[in-house]
Design a protein around this ligand. Sequence first.
Ligand SMILES: [Zn+2]
Length: 254
Amino acid sequence: MVRLPASGAQITLRDPGGADEMLLHESHTHPIETALALLARLGGEQAQWADLVVTDFEFLLLSLRARRFGPLMALGFACPHCSARAEISFLLTDLQESVTPRSPAGVAAHASRPGWYTAGEAAFRLPTALDLAAAASAHDPAWVLAERCFEAGMARRERARVERLMGQMAPELSQPIAAACPECGAETEVALSVARIVIAELKREAAQLYDEIDLIAGAYHWPEAEILALPQQRRRLYAERIGERIRHAQARVA
Ligand SMILES: [Zn+2]
């Protein structure tokens, strides 16, 4: 069970099975939309996934990622100074703990609009996963977020102040990670986009599914649907045994 930092909701996700992995691998939507579809499959109706505040959405994806692949995440980058390729790694729990939603002074729940807040003259709501998805495919993401989350007609000078408040109430876990080049020592920042990297990792892992189905179907003659219904670990163990047997047989022939 995961306790979400902004809403306090407690969420339990089941492990992805073969059918989830296949949909994941074959999905060509933006990673945020893919992630929302995956959460809906794994979490059912515990939440309105698209309405999760950005902090909670990204926190939940990182928790899912940590459960699948462990707590250490590595990001590759090219040094802007000497162009060397390097990698930085960090603990997901450190990132998750570094982000704490706060309730800034002067912000109150909106009197008549549920989910909205007021700060002085300004009214706004916190960006959700759906807002992120809409902004991600837009020409000007900041403008789209402002259109969706600020009350119409907000004065330009208010916007920067409200954006700061929103950042305190719903901080993003997608943030630049400080890194140093191992070759020349230059300091730099590596962009982290949570949905993008988590979905890319899950898709890469899901690509193994086809080899595993191929091996199991070839050896045991089980139909695809039955193989897809196996828990991932059992499917993988069968495929490893079959692969092992094939390698032994090939070694004997050679
Ligand atoms: Zn360098």
